[in-house]
Design a protein around this ligand. Structure first.
Ligand code: PL3
Ligand code: FE2
Ligand code: FE2
Length: 238
């Protein structure tokens, strides 16, 4: 397959690789930091689950440290300024939901969308990673399934009450995710990953999660393709 062909030609110490990796590494470090912040916010919004959410947040903090080690191992400095800009809109959307006490929206953003995005990214990175980063990423991705599961369990238990809120949140968030994927496309290619695989893996994980909650196939297809068709045909703002 295309990924393994690319792998043979990757030079982890070339300028091209290290330059792209400084932004990708920055994104995953900042992404783990955002995830930590989001779980801490959630622990305040959901006092009954505060202990578990704090525990999940601490895992994200360890992930950040692990990915910092991956950058150091290749002697690459993560571009955190770029990464903060990359997450800006997603962060603002989450913070707005926090301000309005929209727990379901917060969980959709962090526990479903961001975690599915991370699982898709990490699973695609593992086959093309250097040995050190591969081991790190394998152990990180195992944790991300637990984070996804937390959101699935809570949202499923409150499904009828939160269904409409989730559809609205989905409409807001998915176009941002497609935009973020486009921004990272050329750097992801330079380190041996493909945008198409990222989209596919994201859609598989996200639609499985929506189905767990109780959405119908029709709902899932409508929701998971939100903003995708419009972007392709050149129309912005769905
Ligand atoms: C949740 O625990 C962490 C969220 C991190 C989100 C990362 C998204 C990364 C998208 C960029 C694709 C490149 C992946 C490279 C993997 C090292
Ligand atoms: Fe994480
Ligand atoms: Fe996570």
């Amino acid at each position: 397959m295309a990924q393994s062909q690319t792998k043979q030609t990757l030079d982890f110490y070339s300028d091209i690789y290290r330059n792209a990796f400084s932004r990708i590494n920055g994104i995953v470090i900042e992404g783990e930091q955002e995830a930590y912040d989001n779980f801490i916010c959630l622990s305040k919004l959901m006092p009954d689950h505060a202990e578990e959410l704090t525990r999940l947040g601490k895992m994200e903090f360890r992930h950040r440290k692990s990915f910092e080690a991956c950058g150091r191992n290749l002697d690459v400095l993560p571009d955190l300024t770029f990464a903060q800009e990359f997450f800006k809109d997603l962060r603002a959307t989450f913070q707005n939901a926090v301000a309005h006490h929209q727990i379901a929206t917060c969980l959709l953003i962090q526990a479903l969308v961001i975690e599915c995005f991370a699982i898709a990214a990490y699973n695609n990175y593992i086959p093309v990673a250097d040995d050190f980063a591969r081991k790190v990423t394998e152990s990180v991705v195992a944790d991300e399934y637990l984070h996804l599961n937390f959101g699935e369990v809570w949202l499923k238990a409150h499904f009828e009450d939160v269904k409409a809120e989730l559809e609205t949140a989905n409409r807001q968030i998915l176009p941002l995710i497609w935009q973020m994927l486009s921004q990272v496309e050329s750097d992801a290619n330079a380190i041996g990953m493909s945008k198409q695989f990222l989209i596919e893996e994201f859609l598989v994980r996200y639609s499985e999660a929506l189905s767990q909650l109780g959405f119908s196939t029709r709902d899932i297809l409508r929701m998971s393709s939100q903003g995708l068709a419009a972007r392709k045909s050149g129309t912005s703002n769905t």
